[in-house]
Design a binder for this molecule. Sequence first.
Ligand code: UDP
Length: 217
Amino acid sequence: MHMSETLLNDPAPPPLTVLGVNVVPFASYDHAVDCVAESIRQGRKSFWVAINPQKVYRARHDPAVMEVLRQADVGICDGIGVSLGSMLLNRRGIQRVTGCDLFFALLAAAQRRSWRVFLLGASPEANAQAAQRLGERFPQLKIAGRRDGYFGNDEEVIEQINRVRPELLFVAMGSPRQEHWIARHRDRIDARFFLGVGGSLDVASGLSRRAPTLFRR
Ligand code: UDP
């Protein structure tokens, strides 16, 4: 970490730990979005990861996954499983801030604050359709670039991102592939905020539906 960074206040509150994985107890989506805004204002680079029980399980069985989660700056509580886990282990529940809903909340903020976004991942059709639908839903949103998640050449993709220098980079290539990709390349990518969003571009494209509310709860 650079000296100048250590002197700045960390915008995110301290994390709780659920089976060795850090999860930040944000009070609300607005709170999480405000922390992203503050982190961007401070000129930091930050990598956030959505923590759900599958990821905690994988991390406990695969040291490479645990290492990637440790490299993330912020873990968010991606659903009730982690919230309950924290309730049992820490005697303190954590408000849900799911990756998919935070993605949409950040797009709304990006539209208000003129942040440029880059959408990386999903099939070529889903990626294109997601960009189109999101453009309709958020007419002032600046989608500075996009690219499907089935590419062979990382360098080419990194160059494409660095040409537009987005504030927000969303990577929808499934877990833990997307987190490994971000961790491996973030030092060389000229973006401020990185988040793996799994199937969220499929959801945004309308080509795949979210799980029914009952399941998500
Ligand atoms: N995907 C991709 N590149 C790959 C493999 C997967 O872009 O090499 C995309 C896939 O098209 C889908 C998303 O990653 O849009 C994975 O979604 P899934 O719901 O499986 O991820 P999860 O949310 O379970 O991590």
